[in-house]
Design a binder for this molecule. Structure first.
Ligand SMILES: N[C@@H](CCC(=O)N[C@@H](CS)C(=O)NCC(=O)O)C(=O)O
Length: 194
């Protein structure tokens, strides 16, 4: 199995989740501008969408999209999703929220947006993050245990820190707590981020 990633990009969520699940995998860096892998392969032949993440499974099938990859990882290790009959549904709910309402909300910070557009985006990100923060009852999104949704939210918090955005205090403490997980340390080290 191989994860295609770009350092510090959203693919870091999948990288952390794979370690958290204790799965054995390779990882290869992608040059997103040149659309080439570190090994020189044409990345668009691996993922025609041209963006990371992509996860090539041992079967040879390639999965794309954070929501799908994180969901697949949670299926490999049931401890990475909330328990109970509605656990999986609540996981998908959280992943969809992070993907469409938070991740996409960062777009102005990666494009040549105006300061006004960035200010509006920052306000919306704070509102979305506050929604999650207000509902967090334990150390992690679903309580005492880490889920794949935490891996995704953590990366969004790194982006918020990089762009000096306001986030709820509770999530600052949460980001620091996530940083202490061996899976996070390992993935960040492999991506050259620490
Ligand atoms: N819908 C995709 C979006 C992935 C995405 O935004 N990837 C970014 C990095 S965080 C990327 O590779 N951008 C480069 C590009 O689009 O060329 C997902 O959630 O997996």
């Amino acid at each position: 199995m191989k994860l295609y990633f770009s350092p510090g990009a959203c693919s870091l969520a999948d990288h952390i989740a794979l370690h958290q699940a204790g799965l054995s995998f390779e990882h290869e860096k992608v040059d997103l501008k040149a659309k080439r892998t570190a090994g020189g392969a044409d990345y668009t032949a691996i993922n025609p969408k041209g963006y990371v993440p992509a996860l090539t499974l041992d079967s040879g099938e390639t999965l794309t999209e954070n929501v799908a990859i994180l969901d697949w990882i949670a299926h490999q290790d049931g401890a990475l999703k909330p328990s109970g009959p509605m656990g999986h549904t609540h996981l998908v709910e959280a992943l969809a929220f992070i993907s469409t309402e938070i991740h996409k909300g960062f777009k102005p910070f990666f494009s040549g947006a105006s300061e006004d557009e960035k200010k509006k985006a920052a306000e919306l990100i704070l509102k979305r993050m506050s929604y999650l923060s207000d509902r967090m009852e334990g150390n992690f999104l679903f309580g005492a245990d880490v889920s794949v949704a935490d891996c995704y939210l953590f990366v969004m918090l790194l982006w918020a820190r990089k762009n000096e955005l306001n986030v709820p205090e509770k999530l600052v403490a949460y980001r620091k707590r996530m940083m202490e997980l061996p899976s996070v340390k390992k993935a960040m080290m492999h991506e050259g981020l620490v």
